[in-house]
Design a protein around this ligand. Structure first.
Ligand code: CP3
Length: 343
């Protein structure tokens, strides 16, 4: 019976599968020539995200090429601030930018129409579930409040999120309000993705690793726990992966306190510790994306270490962060074959 269920969903329910199912963070992207072609046709990056024809196409590209066990909706974590009218733009060579927000701006923020504004993304989810092979899990996603908040405050990416950390110490009430508003809006957005056909969702907290101990609890754990409680109260069957990059030693508490079904591991998490974390539930990760750039022995050894330490428990094989534009598509094929043991 259970054999007919999608593999990633089985692992999210605690099963150990050998070989483990796999997908790669940022599996649709600039390392693929077919992505670059569609991206050029779409015009701006946000047009790509908001045009279902294009977004469906780029989501499917890595599935056609490699047959990953999951497709991840093609979109971006910054569509939420875009929907909140922060004037988000992606200019070539600059990374994302938006109007930076201050205390007064936070007081005026309104989350009401976010899910309505993001209808094209939900349409993409619906079409994907129709077009994907039956065995492929469809993942929705959004950013965690802390990570999205860091971009909203600085107005752009920074190496250590100093602007958001400064803001949080100076204006704790406004910052708390921002995080809780983002948590509520993001939870409703994920529920809408699930209703549109996403099998499971991932919450990306890419900047969790710059937080001190107390701030990790207040800014990374609490808002994500609030989101997960809200999603699970609305859709009890929802399965949620939480990826807190750089959280290291705190990941054990992170899973317990947020209620995430699976936790994503970045490549700095030691595999012996990862195996401990796996006793509490499924883990996902954690190959260094640079090994996919280099290929050869660096790629093989990295994969083999992960399989040796984590391959006997509930594991979703993945990278420890997004694949980079420099990755070689042939190396990705070698990765898939090695994880699946087909070569
Ligand atoms: O994984 C997937 O294939 C799904 C699509 C996806 C994108 N961004 C597409 C994208 C996902 C899940 C994201 C998440 C995201 N976006 C995160 C969290 C995960 C992480 O990588 O840390 C963050 C922090 C962002 C914000 C963001 N979007 C940045 C910092 C950038 C620029 C960085 C860069 O590589 O240029 C983006 C742009 C972006 N999002 C691209 C893609 C494919 C590249 C833009 C392009 O094609 O021009």
């Amino acid at each position: 019976m259970s054999d007919t269920r999608r593999k990633i969903m089985r692992v999210l329910d605690g099963e150990s599968l050998s070989p483990p199912p796999l997908w790669l963070m940022r599996q649709a992207g600039r390392y693929l020539p077919e992505y670059r072609e569609t991206r050029a046709k779409a015009g701006s990056f946000l047009d790509l995200c908001y045009t279902p024809d294009y977004a469906v196409e780029v989501t499917l590209q890595p599935i056609r090429r490699y047959g990953f066990d999951a497709a991840i909706l093609f979109s971006d974590i910054l569509v939420i601030p875009d929907a909140m009218k922060r004037n988000v733009r992606f200019t070539e060579g600059h990374g994302p930018e938006m109007d930076p927000i201050d205390e007064a701006g936070i007081a005026r923020l309104n989350g009401e129409d976010v899910v309505v504004y993001l209808r094209p993304v939900l349409e993409t989810v619906r079409r994907l579930r129709e077009e994907l092979p039956d065995e492929t899990t469809l993942l929705g996603f959004c950013g965690a409040p802390w990570t999205v908040g860091t971009y909203m405050i600085a107005g752009h990416g920074t190496p250590d999120q100093a602007p958001a950390r400064l803001f949080a110490y100076k204006y704790p009430r406004a910052f708390e309000h921002l995080l809780m508003l983002l948590a509520d809006v993001s939870a409703d957005y994920l529920v809408a993705q699930i209703d549109a056909g996403a099998d499971a969702v991932q919450i990306f907290d890419s900047w969790a690793g710059v937080l001190g101990e107390k701030e990790f609890e207040a800014f990374a754990i609490r808002p994500v726990a609030r989101m997960i409680a809200s999603i699970k109260s609305q859709r009890p069957h929802a399965r949620i992966i939480a990826f807190a990059k750089g959280a290291g030693y705190q990941l054990k508490t992170y899973r317990q306190k947020t209620g995430a079904d699976a936790i994503g591991l970045d490549w700095s998490v030691p595999l012996a510790f990862a195996a401990e974390l796996q006793k509490d539930g499924p883990v996902q990760g954690n190959l260094d994306p640079m090994r996919v750039v280099v290929g050869g022995r660096a790629l093989e050894e990295g994969i083999d270490d992960i399989l040796q330490h984590l391959g006997h428990g509930p594991l979703i094989f993945n990278l420890g962060h997004g694949i980079t534009p420099q990755a070689n598509p042939d190396h990705v094929r070698q990765l898939v074959e090695r994880v699946r043991g087909t070569k």
